[in-house]
Design a protein around this ligand. Structure first.
Ligand code: C5P
Length: 403
């Protein structure tokens, strides 16, 4: 998916408006040009300076400002994507009726861009027959409705009506944009079943401790989101993710390497493509204590015996069905690009996968970062792609190999 699009973020008057700042930020970080159209009520919940600083653009609210430039239609005409978050029951009702009594209503009516709304309201309002009918009308017109989720609401109550998390809304919006870019056609990965592991395994030592790694799961989740946007059916084997899993994938949780091996082996049976983006522990404690290890029992030093975990990627590659594509990752701390490449070539040969995504990791690079820089090797060790940028754009480049 290309970045640098024009995105309108409509913000309406609900307490979840404070979370819309993160949505604006996510699009800006992607390199999009972001224009916030807030209702006056929204600005009671979140300040104009915050939205202007984060969006890097003026925030528009008033229908009668910028009349000379015909702003009431110009913003909507220039949009590639419109996201309304939070969308209150009132805004949803107005959208369903096609009302244009404020700048946001005009912007939406004047636009042909995909429209994604994230409802946020109390459970009773969400369940109200009027709201249900309005949401059904919008869905019929092709509006993408994300959420709402169920959980803690603003007051003491809990239930349906909580706005979806910003990451989930952005992912759904990008998927809608990808579909629109294809003219509504099926994506290039339609009909493909892709199994992706993401995150980092935790190998238990005792009931409260584990040996783990710093993988956040961001690259694997970006691959899952990008694959879904391109029409694939995705199973995400999630090992201790630090970011939310996309809502439109089949998520299977795995804690340790043993869990991950079981989940991957089961899912691989049906897969056209397997991507092992998870950082899997090479070793696990030989013994998992039934009770917490106590300082008093161990003294000043504690020696742990570790045993090798199976190489899941090598196992999946060796057992692959005809036509199944297997992609592995190699995260290395080697700073010299030539030596890094050499390590990657040796690993590609050893693992037997079709492609190996090679990236540098360190205290600051790789794992927790929003960006990535990779070289992809084929099984002969030739570089077939070099990609750098956001983890989403790197994901797109990796998936290009499949189409
Ligand atoms: O050998 P190394 O850990 O560098 O290999 C990384 C690749 O192998 C990743 O794709 C990772 O998911 C996979 N791996 C695995 N099982 C292990 C260790 C790594 O599948 N025990």
């Amino acid at each position: 998916m290309s970045s640098g699009r024009t995105v309108v973020v409509g913000i309406t008057g609900g307490i979840a408006a404070y979370k819309a700042v993160n949505i604006v930020r996510a699009f800006v970080l992607r390199g999009d040009s972001v224009h916030v159209v807030a209702t006056p009520a929204a600005l009671r919940f979140v300040g104009r300076p915050t939205l202007e600083a984060i969006s890097r653009n003026p925030v528009h609210t008033d229908l009668y400002e910028g009349v000379a430039e015909v702003r009431h239609v110009a913003i909507g005409q220039s949009a590639d994507l419109i996201v309304v978050a939070p969308a209150t029951a009132n805004t949803i009702a107005k959208l369903a009726c096609g009302l244009a009594d404020d700048l946001l209503g005009n912007t939406i009516l004047a636009s042909t861009a995909p429209l994604v709304i994230a409802p946020a309201m109390h459970t009773e309002m969400w369940n109200n027959a009027a709201t249900r009918a309005n949401v059904a009308t919008l869905r019929e017109r092709g509006v993408v409705v994300v959420g709402p989720g169920t959980g803690r609401l603003t007051g003491a109550d809990s239930g349906a009506g909580r706005m979806e998390e910003p990451d989930t809304i952005v992912a759904a919006a990008l998927a809608a944009l990808a579909v629109a870019d294809r003219g509504g056609a099926a994506g290039d990965l339609a009909g493909k079943r892709i199994v992706i592991s993401a995150g980092g395994t935790r190998e238990p030592l005792d009931p409260v401790r584990f040996l783990g790694n710093r993988s956040s799961g961001k690259q694997g989740v970006a691959l899952a989101e990008a694959a879904v946007a391109r029409g694939a059916e995705v199973v995400l084997v999630a090992a201790n993710l630090e970011v939310p899993a996309p809502t439109n994938v089949d998520v299977r949780l795995a804690g340790s390497a043993a869990d991950l091996e079981r989940a991957m082996t089961e899912a691989a049976a049906e897969a056209d493509v397997i991507i092992m983006a998870a950082a899997v522990a090479d070793y696990r404690p030989a013994e998992v204590r039934a009770d917490k290890i106590k300082k008093d029992d161990t003294g000043d030093t504690l020696v742990l015996t570790l045993v090798r975990n199976p190489d899941i990627l090598a196992g999946l590659a060796a057992a692959r069905k005809p036509g199944q594509v297997v992609i592995g990752f190699a995260a290395e701390t080697e700073a010299d690009p030539e030596l890094l490449l050499q390590l990657g070539r040796e690993k590609a040969a050893r693992k037997g996968c079709d492609y190996l995504v090679l990236n540098m990791v360190g205290w600051t690079e790789g794992f927790a970062s929003e960006r990535n820089e990779v070289r992809v090797l084929n099984r002969h060790g030739d570089i077939v792609i070099e990609a750098s940028g956001s983890k989403m754009s790197v994901a797109e480049s990796i998936l290009d190999l499949l189409s």
